[in-house]
Each structure stands twice: as structure tokens, then as C-alpha cells.
Design a protein around this ligand. Structure first.
Ligand SMILES: O=P(O)(O)OC[C@H]1O[C@@H](O)[C@H](O)[C@@H]1O
Length: 435
């Protein structure tokens, strides 16, 4: 039993909150989380948090914007009610993929218009949010915009040395090489993101295609920075999260951020559930994830392969695979894809197709955050993937019902232990070790 601690669960993931409370031996705090008729979020803290150490559990999947606002209001309510310290526990950190935006040399926008593509398991999806008609591909999300921007940048900057610029918390900027930008770019040749999307036969118009005017510069919001600022402005004193898409995002905060690793869980799964795992091969589906995947491969002493996204035109007739190239030998072996997240599942399903084509006997995908938006589950079900293993940083109840290939690893105990250690002022570095 941990004393003087209050654990509040947001509406994003009640099961995870229950698991964390069970591990800590504390009851879940009484809060009223509801909505006014107009849609605004209403929060009432129905017990005293005065001088308490408060932990608010809210993850980033599902109705991500509603969950974020609910979290901000709850943090603020606790601070106003004289909580001693408020920690936001975000198993999947929302907006952490929007910490920077690639531009071309002139800073001009690089969005292209496109028409709706029929669904195949390796097409880009039009539905960024599961089962919610209001979000079905109207704009296809800022992440897709980023991908369009990055793709176009690569095409137009073929002879230059493009850089991306990132504003950091104290107002400075940083530049990274194209390699790190490419980790987010997974648009196959000829497959466009949908700005004009057809739903059930009716056509919903997206924003008009951008037509550059001389001298005009379009700015795309750096939402990751804003979200970091909002959390601290609301009153968060501390953040606990897991496998941040970009670990450097921690630098956007002026408060402590504990970025836990999902790798120990993934590694344990491989060792316990994949027969003859010493002969399997760990694969990173893109260059950006290579560090993450090699860390697991090295710690188990198994081989590593990389899927390189080839940008130049090729004569390969298979259009989908023309942009992907495997570096490594997977023939007759079990290939294990490692990634931080699966959102549309486009990345892992396309990678699986390539790996099977190159002779892999079986393909597993192990990812920390199973966001699985829109058509992702259909895409996985129709794919060459034999199994997809995710953690429950995002609620997986609905996903499990619809995807027989899905297996879920529990993270509640890891977060409970992190909370216990933070509460007692103990080191949490032990949670970062996985050898
Ligand atoms: O292809 P989907 O599943 O949409 O997106 C997942 C990929 O997009 C990247 O940001 C992630 O690191 C991952 O490689």
C-alpha cells in the first residue's frame, strides 16, 4: 500500500488505470469526467487532493484530442485543489510525432492533392480514427501531411542536402539530416494520401490543393511543442511515458520526463514465445528505427536486417516493393519486425510483404504502441504478417476482438513500478535496463 498518493484515470484507458491501482494497492480516485451538451469536457475531482502526490493516467490513442483536453483540465483541477505534485502518466504520448515538420529549401508548402485509392492491405488508409465517421479521412491527419511534405521534399531536393528545423523549448532551433526525416516517410510510389476521400459512396471534400504563390510561405504548426507547453502550463510537474517516437522530444519540456522502455517486454516475448529465436532475424522496417531494433538484436545475440526505403525510380515492376529494399538475408528464417508504433499499419504490412517475398518463413511484428487506426486491423488481417504483438499502452480490447493475429503485452505493472519509485523518490533507472 502506497500512502499519500492519488491515482486518477482518464477516459482513454480504464483497464490500465485499474491494473496500475491494483499493483500499487490504492483505490482509483473518484472523479467525474463527462461532457456538456455542446461537447466541452467537464471534470470534477470528488475527493481531496490537498498536499497529495497525484498521478493522472491518460493515453494518446482513440479520441486523442478529447483525451488531451480532459488531461489538461484534470491537471489544472488538481493544481487548483492544492495538490502537492501532479504527474501526467501518458503511456502513449499524444502528438509526439509532430515535433518537427520538414520543409523544402524555400520553405514553401509541399502538399499534393490526390484522389481516393481503393483499399488494399498495403494502401495508405483514409481513416485516421477507428470507427468514427466524423474523422474518416476528411483531412487524413497532420501526420499524413508531414509524410506528403517529406515525400515531396525528397523529390524536389534530390540534388541538395535538405535539413529539417526544430524549435526547442528555449526558443532555439536545431537541424537534423535527411536520414532522420526519412524514418517517417513511408509513401509508396504512386500511392497518395487522400485529401478527397469517399466514404460509403459519398464524396467528402478535403481542403483544396495548395497552389504556391511566389513569395508565400505556409507554416505548419509544430503541435508537439505546443502540447508540451500546454501540459506544463496546465500544471504538470512531471511526465511518465514510454517509447517516445523521438526520444529528443524530452528536451521540449522544462519538467522531468521519464521515458520508459517497452523493449524488455518485447525481448521477453521473443525469448519465451518464438521457438529457436537464436536463429531468427530482427528487422527494422526503416532506417529511423534501426537503433531500437539493433538494441534488441544485440542484447539477444541474433542477426539484424534493415529495410531501406529506396527513393529513386527503378524498373522493378512490383510497384509497392519498388521503393523498399531489404539489407540482410531472411531466407527460410523467422523475421521479427521491431517498431515503436503501428498506426495505419502500412509500414509493418508492407515490410512483411517484402520479407515473405525475400523468403522469410514467418514474419512477426513487435511494436510498443498498437494505435491501429482506421483500416489498420483489416490491413493486418489481409497481410503476410503471421503475428502482431503490441503492448497495451493503448487500449486493445476492441482490436483483439477484430484481429486474431494480435497478442497484447501488459504494461500496467511497469507504470505502477515507475509511479511507486517516483513517489518514494527512488531511482527508476532499473526500469531502463533489459539485459
Ligand atoms: O505505417 P504506420 O503504421 O501508419 O506508422 C508507423 C510508422 O511511422 C513512424 O512514425 C513509426 O516509427 C512507424 O515506423
Amino acid at each position: 500500500m502506497v500512502r499519500n498518493i492519488v491515482v486518477i484515470g482518464g477516459t482513454s484507458h480504464p483497464q490500465l488505470t485499474r491494473t496500475i491501482c491494483n499493483h500499487l494497492g490504492v483505490p482509483e480516485a473518484n472523479v467525474l469526467l463527462s461532457k456538456f451538451a455542446v461537447g466541452e469536457t467537464r471534470v470534477e475531482i470528488q475527493e481531496s487532493v490537498r498536499e497529495k502526490d497525484v498521478y493522472i493516467i491518460q493515453s494518446g490513442g482513440g479520441k486523442v484530442n478529447d483525451h488531451l483536453i480532459e488531461l489538461l483540465i484534470t491537471i489544472s483541477a488538481c493544481k487548483t485543489a492544492s495538490a502537492k505534485r501532479v504527474t501526467a502518466v501518458l503511456p502513449l504520448f499524444p502528438y509526439s510525432r509532430q515535433s518537427d515538420i520538414p520543409y523544402n529549401k524555400t520553405g514553401a508548402p509541399l502538399v499534393k492533392s490526390s484522389t481516393h485509392q481503393p483499399f488494399t492491405f498495403d494502401s495508405m488508409p483514409s481513416t485516421p480514427h477507428p470507427n468514427k465517421p466524423e474523422s474518416q479521412g476528411v483531412y487524413n491527419g497532420v501526420d499524413s501531411l508531414q509524410k506528403s511534405l517529406a515525400k515531396a521534399q525528397i523529390e524536389t531536393d534530390a540534388n541538395g542536402s535538405p535539413v529539417k528545423r526544430r524549435h526547442i523549448a528555449n526558443g532555439g532551433t536545431r537541424s537534423d539530416t535527411l536520414d532522420s526525416v526519412q524514418s517517417d516517410v513511408s509513401i509508396p510510389n504512386g500511392v497518395n494520401n487522400d485529401d478527397n476521400t469517399s466514404i460509403s459512396g459519398s464524396s467528402i471534400k478535403g481542403p483544396p490543393a495548395f497552389e504556391p504563390r511566389p513569395g508565400y510561405r505556409q507554416w505548419v504548426a509544430q503541435a508537439g511543442t505546443l502540447v508540451a507547453d500546454l501540459l506544463t502550463s496546465a500544471g504538470a510537474d512531471h511526465i511518465i511515458t514510454m517509447d517516445l517516437h523521438d526520444p529528443q522530444y524530452q528536451g521540449f519540456f522544462d519538467i522531468p520526463v521519464d521515458n520508459l522502455y517497452g523493449r524488455p517486454l518485447l525481448k521477453r516475448y521473443i525469448q519465451r514465445h518464438i521457438s529457436d529465436f537464436k536463429n531468427c532475424i530482427i528487422v527494422s522496417p526503416d532506417a529511423g528505427g534501426a537503433k531500437r531494433a539493433t538494441a534488441i538484436a544485440d542484447s539477444m545475440g541474433v542477426e539484424f536486417a534493415l529495410i531501406h526505403k529506396e527513393r529513386r525510380p527503378t524498373k522493378i515492376s512490383d510497384r509497392q516493393n519498388a521503393t523498399m529494399m531489404l539489407v540482410g538475408d531472411v531466407k527460410n528464417r523467422t523475421a521479427i519486425l521491431i517498431d515503436d508504433l503501428a498506426d495505419t499499419s502500412n509500414t509493418i504490412t508492407r515490410a512483411a510483404k517484402l520479407l515473405k517475398k525475400e523468403g522469410a518463413a514467418k514474419v512477426y511484428a513487435l511494436v510498443t504502441h498498437g494505435i491501429l487506426s482506421g483500416d489498420a486491423i483489416d490491413r493486418i488481417n489481409a497481410s503476410s504478417l503471421d503475428k502482431v504483438v503490441v503492448t497495451n499502452t493503448v487500449d486493445q480490447d476492441d482490436h483483439c476482438k477484430r484481429c486474431p493475429k494480435l497478442e497484447v503485452l501488459e504494461v500496467g505493472n511497469v507504470f505502477a513500478e515507475a509511479i511507486r519509485r517516483v513517489h518514494h523518490g527512488e531511482s527508476i533507472s532499473v526500469l531502463f535496463q533489459y539485459d
